[in-house]
Design a protein around this ligand. Sequence first.
Ligand SMILES: *[C@@H]1O[C@H](CO)[C@@H](O)[C@H](O)[C@H]1NC(C)=O
Length: 444
Amino acid sequence: MASLPPVLFSVIIVLVCTCQPSYSSTDRDLLVLTVATSETDGFVRYIRSLHIYNLDAEVLGMNQEWEGGDIANDVGGGQKINILKQELEKYKDDKNKVIIFTDSYDVIFTSGKAVILDNFDTFDARVVFGAEDYCWPNKDLASQYPRVSFGYKYLNSGGFIGYAPELYKIVTSHDITNQDDDQLYYTEVYLDKQLREKYSIKLDTQAKIFQNLNGQFADVSMKIGEGDVQIVNTVYQTTPVVIHGNGPTKVLLNSLGNYLAKSWTPEDGCLACIEDKKDIGALNKKDYPVVLLAVFIEKPVPFLEEMLEKVANLSYPKQRMDLLVHNQIELHKELVSKWVEAQESAGYRSVQQQPYDLKEWHARNNAVDVCLKNDCDVLFSVDGEVHFDNPDTLTLLLKHNRPVLAAMMTRDGQAWSTFWGAVNDEGFYARSNDYMDISNNNRR
Ligand SMILES: *[C@@H]1O[C@H](CO)[C@@H](O)[C@H](O)[C@H]1NC(C)=O
């Protein structure tokens, strides 16, 4: 191939140079900060997502008393700024340190350092806040915002990124009590034109880094790629990195969380499901978790005798089980009483039958109370129409080491199952996008 004419060649060189960010991603530190006062399931999910992308968080405020109010539904959160203030003092002179601060209970990361810094560089700013379509908590400030022709207009403080010195100046620019609203605080700094320019603050109006889901859920979709699932913002054609289930979108984030951060991949299915398993089988029998086995016969059922026999046949050590039975069906009275009597010599920790005339919901609630009173580790609730064809069922379930596990039962060839993919605003059944795939056992 003929060599390029010299003039064109030098033009290319210039272009390449000006397109480079002033620092490459690897030269700079990226510090991930969050404030969390307890290790909720959401927090564990957040930490897991960071680890997947080789990040780690410095967690501030753990086990401190939370005084910042119920921020999922109300104003508050000033405490986050006060905790952050102390920490940022350490880094206030470090001009090359980039810090990304996010919430944690309702946040999932979907990429690592290089992507975050590259996306940050495209803003040509020292500080970038996430954005959303709602002007919260003070709607009256909406008119003071700079015009945004294409993108989300208003500041959301659930996630921001910036250089340490500017962030320190922002969090120390004025006083805030623990009960004041943190988003209002940052909004006031941003709306002050002088401060906005001095600290070079911009909003992530097109979700290049921060995707707030409240009001924006229709803008995003899941992109199932090879080895990973990402969120894409189909309105702005971006692939945000910090997915934030702000406000009432926590349940939606939970369903996305089943896929994000390599929780699930098209090749291997649910990877998060096989993490943190517990080898119950390796335990000495006397160290097995204590299980309250609660059996409920609340309607007439066929094959009850076999059902009960299979319960008795469970391979789990009986010395680690309490048995609690409730039957409210006349037809089954004799059979159940005889069976319960026979179980008394089977080696359970205890055997008890709930009163026949107890209402079903009382019987079910009572099982929880009995479990707690007996210092149980696990409540295993079984209805009369359930048959255990595998005597190792209970051991197998406990190996999954999950706080709650429920069976999914389906009817062959019908779109019916005991699994709910989603809930609507009234808390009732809603069908999720993946409902058919999951109930047909095509996605697992
Ligand atoms: C219960 O276990 C016994 C002994 O292994 C077996 O013969 C019987 O068929 C089992 N019962 C049921 C209903 O599976």
